[in-house]
Design a binder for this molecule. Structure first.
Ligand code: SF4
Length: 448
């Protein structure tokens, strides 16, 4: 295998074939119909770690609501998060929001045609800056995402692992060389499109590839041997106890701390199970904090829901316990009744009180009540919507007398936005509580 660009396939020939192929075969996607740098920036941020078909409806809704950096900069963060809800990796939304504010403050709301200036925006790395500058301004800068890495590693037969610094540098160098020619934006998109549709991780279709005959991996007959990988992804496995605590037709929620996992989003109260602690002990530890916080005592419903949720580098094995609060503490922020709707960006559920000690990762949060019918206004992660949905399904099957305080029909938890990336799967309806006694739930994938 040969790594030296001077001895590899001719860049001019590669460029020519790729651009011709792209012009004839590229998918018609809304962000390809514009060269508005702000729209390109939004699309590139959304497409980070997210599939095209998932991002598409979000992109259209987002641009409809925020057609320019000025519109986005003027919006409250709660509204931005709400529009992002279900797309995952919520830090992207916050950083895009901050980037819009920087664009307004420094560049009059416009994206400057300058790689370093774009690269300095919050949440923008080399890839995104390269994509925006090449696509919107035709600057000859590379944009190397995972698809491009795969294509380049195969095309040039790069032996250095793509997940090590030396390998990445090598691929960046090849991409930089390749993009020095006409239509750099089209060239970058062609490489990524090829990786997405032809040069796929498994079973690349070399017989339909415009680079067939030039490509080192294709000629080898074993294209899947590239890119070389050094290490497998390591999962952090965590046991998490979650409490769905009801009072009448309200549920207790907390806001996850900024900067942490799913930071800033609302969630059911939860805590990590500690070493040596049983599930029930972890539940009771969390329950004691909640009871003190909410006033009165908690009554536990005997069944447990459980399952698994995969983030990008973390796996949660969760158990959800349902409880009823006898507490009568009135929220201070005005959401004392279940009818108190929190319209987006305003009127969020009022605090029920401060958490006196740290039960879990929501160390600085306050427990708040929100009406079950009014969860739409809260930015929540897919995981927490899924948990609420499961809890509501259990409640709906119970005789009314077993659901103290819940008036009338059990409210429906607002559904996730269609097209999101997470893949919730059916969970077991009920299991026994306690370690070793409950059935294992099916998994679902989510994002950090
Ligand atoms: S020839 Fe095969 S391995 Fe090489 S770039 Fe094309 S699809 Fe990928």
């Amino acid at each position: 295998m040969n790594n030296a660009p001077s001895e590899g396939p001719d860049p001019a020939e590669i460029r020519s074939r790729l651009i011709h192929w792209y012009d004839a075969h590229c998918r018609d996607l809304p962000w390809r119909r514009t060269r508005d740098p702000y729209a390109v920036l939004v699309s590139e941020i959304m497409l980070q770690q997210t599939r095209v078909d998932t991002a598409l409806p979000y992109y259209l809704r987002f641009l409809q609501r925020f057609p320019s950096a000025c519109h986005l900069a003027a919006a409250p963060e709660e509204e931005v998060l709400r529009l992002w809800q279900g797309l995952g990796y919520y830090r992207r939304a916050r950083q895009l929001h901050q980037a819009a504010r920087v664009l307004v403050e420094r560049y009059g709301g416009r994206v400057p045609p300058d790689f370093e200036a774009v690269r300095s925006l919050p949440g923008v790395g080399d890839y995104t800056a390269g994509a925006v500058c090449s696509i919107a301004f035709d600057l000859p800068v590379p944009a190397v995402d995972g698809n491009a890495q795969r294509v380049l590693a195969r095309l040039f037969g790069v032996d250095e692992p793509a997940d090590r610094a030396a390998g990445r540098r090598r691929l960046d160098e090849l991409a930089r060389r390749l993009v020095q020619g006409p239509r750099p934006g089209a060239l970058n998109q062609a490489v990524m499109e090829l990786g997405s549709t032809v040069c796929t991780p498994r079973r690349p279709r070399c017989d339909r590839c415009p680079l067939a005959g030039l490509c080192v991996a294709g000629r080898s007959g074993q294209p899947e041997a590239w890119p070389v990988r050094q290490r497998a992804v390591r999962w952090a496995e965590e046991d998490v106890v979650v409490v769905g605590c009801l009072r009448g037709d309200q549920v207790a929620v907390i806001r996850r701390p900024e900067g942490g996992l799913l930071g800033g989003l609302w969630a059911l109260p939860y805590a990590l199970r500690q070493e040596g602690e049983t599930w029930v002990q972890a539940r009771d530890r969390l329950g004691a904090v909640l009871a003190a916080e909410l006033g009165g005592s908690l009554r536990w419903y005997p069944d447990t829901l459980q399952g698994r949720w995969d983030f990008s580098h973390r796996r949660w094995h969760w158990r959800l316990y349902l409880a009823w609060s006898g507490g009568d503490r009135t929220p201070a922020g005005g959401a004392g009744s279940g009818a108190a709707a929190p319209p987006h960006g305003a009127g969020l559920p009022g605090p029920a009180g401060r958490v006196a000690e740290t039960p879990g990762p929501w160390d600085s949060g306050a427990v708040r009540w929100v009406g079950l019918g009014h969860l739409d206004g809260l930015p929540m992660a897919s995981l927490d919507r899924r948990l609420l949905e499961q809890a509501m399904q259990v409640l709906a099957k119970l005789p009314q007398r077993q659901v103290p305080g819940l008036r009338g029909q059990v409210p429906r938890v607002p559904e996730q936005v269609p097209g999101q990336r997470s893949r919730p799967e059916p969970l077991p309806g009920r299991g026994r509580t306690g370690p070793g006694g409950a059935r294992e739930g099916a998994g679902a994938a989510g994002q950090e």
